[in-house]
Ligand binder design. Structure first.
Ligand code: CMC
Length: 441
């Protein structure tokens, strides 16, 4: 909301939003336009100390205050704990929608009609199989290969199965790769898991829904048909919705950056999987689980919290760079925990997690720093209840994030302002040195 004095200042500036900058090196003054709460970094290049000066650059390691694109896909209001996909609240989508419908919404921008949804679900379902050679090369991974590494490698390899994917200028080609990626990701993920377990691979069952088919490929053994429990299927679908997109995070930026070279989407999304593999991104839920195991009993919570406040420990699953309020995704996951425990039996870690959250929320250390549970606080407990090893946790994140990566990649390919991503640097090394032959060094 603008105040009266702000209105007056703006009127005095002819109604324009701008910044007046004085370069104290030269005494020159510049007017820099403000649009959508941003200034253009390129506008600073005109500020030079001499004719041959390159011009002023902005320095922003880790892009903490730099918008790299315009996007209409995902909106986050971190202070108020709001997350929306294409304007629909995450709460309503988790309550009423399905992951595949959300994937359609993210990619095409609107909720589908009944006919569009049926066609979309049919298309994705018809592409769940992978080429038999994929199965063969997955067999080449070591028996104890990390499933995320296998997923990374196999998604990258898909580009060699679909050379047409290089034709990113063609809308039909782009759309078919989107369908293929969303359809095949659960198959590759489940194949990686079964390989790690030393179990025979289970082919997709196209009579099942998206989450049900994934559970079948993961857990089916000798039964003729796997019947997923609807409560588990729903909980998994909700987890998929919650993880589908989160605007310009590390892996999405990686997909956009690699995709800006106009490489095929399989290679760009393999880069996203690489980024998600890291413990600072897709790995925090594993850390939460290990922390709860280490605390062991509710009685140990006060001592653990003291350790956190002394700086010896970190309360994993708490705090977020953007959310300075309860992460809305954590609240939704918490609600679905009971359904999963009803089927699989309650985890003894739940009591510790619940009590730990309660005590932290009553403690001024966490309240004053606006540290609330984030998406990872409870998701690990669901994955554990589903019988997943911790190495599968980031894979469970990558499956649904694929729709967000594709939506962001498609948006980028159609954005006329985007060019190949190419940041600048501040060079800090030596200059103009004479080469010294090795025998004289
Ligand atoms: N436990 C204890 N203290 C914390 C925590 C925590 N989890 N998080 C932040 N703080 C303290 C921090 O020590 C600092 O205190 P002080 O002002 O006294 O120095 C203050 O709170 C501000 O923290 P920060 O480190 O400046 O915050 P950040 O925005 O750089 O870090 C974070 C965000 C998520 C990396 C951090 O909160 C953290 O390490 N949390 C635990 C790991 C975790 O749960 N990560 C999952 C994030 S959600 C996944 C996703 O959305 O992709």
């Amino acid at each position: 909301m603008t105040t009266q004095s702000q209105e007056q200042a703006r009127a005095a500036n002819g109604g324009r939003d701008s910044l007046t900058v004085t370069d104290n090196r030269t005494g020159e003054t510049f007017e820099v336009e403000i649009t959508d709460g941003t200034v253009r970094a390129m506008d600073f290049r005109q500020m030079k100390v001499s004719e041959d000066d390159f011009g002023l650059m902005t320095y922003d390691p880790a892009y903490t205050n730099t918008a790299s694109c315009r996007s209409s896909i995902c909106y986050i209001d971190g202070d108020n704990g709001v997350l929306e996909y294409r304007g629909y609240s995450i709460e309503q989508l988790c309550e009423q929608s399905s992951y595949l419908e959300v994937a359609y919404l993210l990619i095409f921008g609107e909720l589908p009609t009944k006919a569009q949804l049926d066609q979309w679900v049919h298309d994705v379902t018809m592409h769940t199989f992978v080429h038999e050679n994929v199965r063969e090369f997955l067999g080449g991974f070591r028996h104890d290969a990390h499933p995320m590494g296998m997923l990374l490698g196999s998604v990258g390899a898909l580009s060699t199965f679909y050379p047409d994917a290089n034709n990113i200028g063609d809308p039909t080609t782009r759309d078919i790769q989107a369908v293929r990626l969303i359809a095949k990701m659960p198959t590759l993920a489940a194949f990686a898991y079964r390989h790690a377990m030393g179990q025979p691979l289970v082919y997709p069952d196209n009579a099942l829904g998206y989450p049900g088919n994934f559970l079948s490929m993961m857990y089916r053994m000798t039964e003729l048909r796997y019947e997923p429990d609807p409560r588990l299927e729903r909980a998994l679908d909700v987890l998929f919705i919650l993880h589908a997109d989160h605007e310009q995070n590390c892996s999405t930026s990686a997909v956009r950056s690699v995709g800006s070279s106009q490489v095929d989407p399989y290679s760009a999304i393999a880069a996203g999987i690489g980024a998600l593999y890291g413990p600072l991104h897709g790995g925090a839920n594993e850390a939460v689980l290990r922390m709860l195991q280490r605390i062991e009993t509710v009685d140990n919570i006060p001592g653990f919290l003291e350790g956190v406040k002394n700086g010896d420990e970190r309360l994993m699953g708490f705090g977020h760079r953007v959310y300075k309020n309860y992460d809305p995704r954590a609240r939704i996951i918490r609600k679905h925990l009971d359904d999963v425990f009803e089927v699989r039996g309650k985890s003894p870690l739940l009591d510790i997690a619940t009590e730990l959250e309660k005590r932290a929320m009553d403690d001024d250390y966490f309240v004053s720093r606006k540290l609330y549970p984030n998406v990872d606080y409870y998701s690990g407990l669901i994955y554990e209840a589903l019988g997943l090893p911790v190495s599968m946790f980031p894979v469970m994140f990558a499956i649904p994030r694929t729709s967000g990566w594709i939506a962001q990649w498609l948006e980028m390919t159609l954005d006329s302002e985007q060019r190949i991503a190419r940041p600048r640097q501040i060079y800090t090394g030596e200059r103009v040195r004479d080469y010294m032959p090795v025998e004289r060094r």
